[in-house]
Design a protein around this ligand. Structure first.
Ligand SMILES: Nc1nc2c(c(=O)[nH]1)N[C@H]1C(S)=C(S)[C@@H](COP(=O)(O)O)O[C@H]1N2
Ligand SMILES: [Mo]
Length: 367
């Protein structure tokens, strides 16, 4: 996406709770002297303090604790769950919007019989549930890292929309951000999955850079047609009347996430010793799951990789295989088969207008 900003995660933009407690401590200590600097710090920390005060609600049923992460014994393999500090970011706006809870609300409006509106408190009073879900950016190149897996906490989107009583001829759910960004997806995309308004991410209040106080997560759809951060309005509308931010800029109206697989290790162009090593990575096809991953070295036959745990069909799956390389240059390719038995297509398709296709292939040098 040409004019969007793809930023590396800036951990400084989001204070951990531990740091926050430190800062709060410092503020109260310095507060006695009430210096200008302390005031500035207080203002900056204000939004963060609100977060601490808003304890996350508990789901009726917690998901089981994630299994032991295979990445612990395979250096270079992506962790099963991406830590918030490492999670990719895609934003159209330069500055991260800071939302104050005192004037934030979430409205559900448009083609509905019963428009509704929630304060943050009211939203958090609703039943919440956990969802393990991989989200991906349509702009991700083959082998790229604009994809991550998180345990989200949120309110069931279909329940809230049902309360607003949508008209039968509304076919699109449009999310609006406080920063003007919009994204729309089919009403039908809510059926049979755990779409949510997420307020928590990996056990923390939704980080500012990932959309605090609330964002949409629709399993199986690229972010640009669904995952509105800093959400403030949901409108029931029609595809023939309105389009989200990226649609008029040439991107597809409908954009399910395509089956993809990535080699995490070895790195492209790595120089390796003649010694047994692991070839490992992740594969994803949210909502369909991954049933098989195969690896090919040079022109040898495809071999089936070992698959890591499947915590949900909405998340990526780690895979690995052992390799005893010989001296020379080698090419390594990977391909995945989704839960419906569909093999990831080999033929290269560019990113525009609805996501790239093709097998991730790397070369390495064994010395
Ligand atoms: N408000 C807002 N929400 C947004 C975007 C944006 O630019 N602004 N980018 C979208 C895109 S293109 C993607 S891929 C995801 C990325 O979510 P993340 O930044 O939490 O990884 O957010 C989506 N939600
Ligand atoms: Mo994206």
């Amino acid at each position: 996406m040409s004019n969007e900003i793809e930023s590396d995660n800036d951990p400084g933009a989001y204070l951990s709770r531990r740091n926050l407690f430190k800062i709060v401590g410092i503020i109260s200590a310095v507060g006695i002297i009430a210096t200008g600097a302390a005031k500035l710090l207080t203002e900056k920390a204000g939004v963060q303090i609100e977060k601490i005060n808003a304890a996350l609600p508990k789901p009726l049923k917690f998901l089981p604790a994630p299994p032991v992460d295979p990445a612990l014994v395979t250096p270079g393999l992506s962790p099963l769950i991406t830590p918030n500090a490492d999670f990719f970011r895609i934003d159209t706006s330069f500055a991260v919007p800071t939302v104050s809870l005192s004037d934030w609300k979430l409205e559900i409006v448009g083609m509905v019989a019963n428009p509704i509106s929630f304060t943050y408190e009211e939203l958090l009073a609703r039943p919440v549930f956990e969802l393990d879900c991989t989200i991906a950016c349509v702009s991700n190149v083959i082998g790229g890292d604009l994809v991550g897996n998180a345990r989200w906490l949120g309110i069931r989107l279909s329940d809230l929309i049902a309360e607003a009583m949508p008209d039968a001829d509304a076919d699109q759910v449009m999310g609006y951000s406080v920063d003007g960004f919009t994204a729309g997806f089919p009403v039908a995309a809510l059926e049979g999955n755990d779409s949510m308004i997420a307020i928590g991410m990996n056990g923390e209040v939704l980080p500012a850079v990932h959309g605090y106080p609330a964002r949409i997560i629709v399993p199986g759809l690229y972010g640009y047609v669904s995952a509105v951060k800093w959400l403030t309005r949901i409108e029931l509308t029609r595809f023939d009347q309105k389009n989200g931010y990226w649609i008029s800029r040439g991107w597809s109206e409908r954009a399910p996430i395509k089956t993809a697989s990535r080699i995490d290790t070895p790195n492209f162009g790595a120089q390796l010793p003649v010694a047994p090593t692991a070839i490992a990575g992740v594969a994803w096809a949210p909502n369909r799951g991954i049933s098989k991953v195969e690896v090919r070295v040079d022109n040898q036959p495809w071999r089936t990789a070992t698959l890591g745990p499947e915590i949900a069909n909405t998340t990526w799956r780690q895979w690995w295989t052992d390799w005893s390389p010989t001296v020379g240059e080698h090419s390594i390719a990977v391909r995945a088969t989704d839960g419906d038995g569909q093999l990831q297509p080999e033929e290269y398709v560019p990113i525009e207008p609805n996501g790239t296709e093709g097998w991730h292939t790397i070369t390495v040098d064994v010395l």
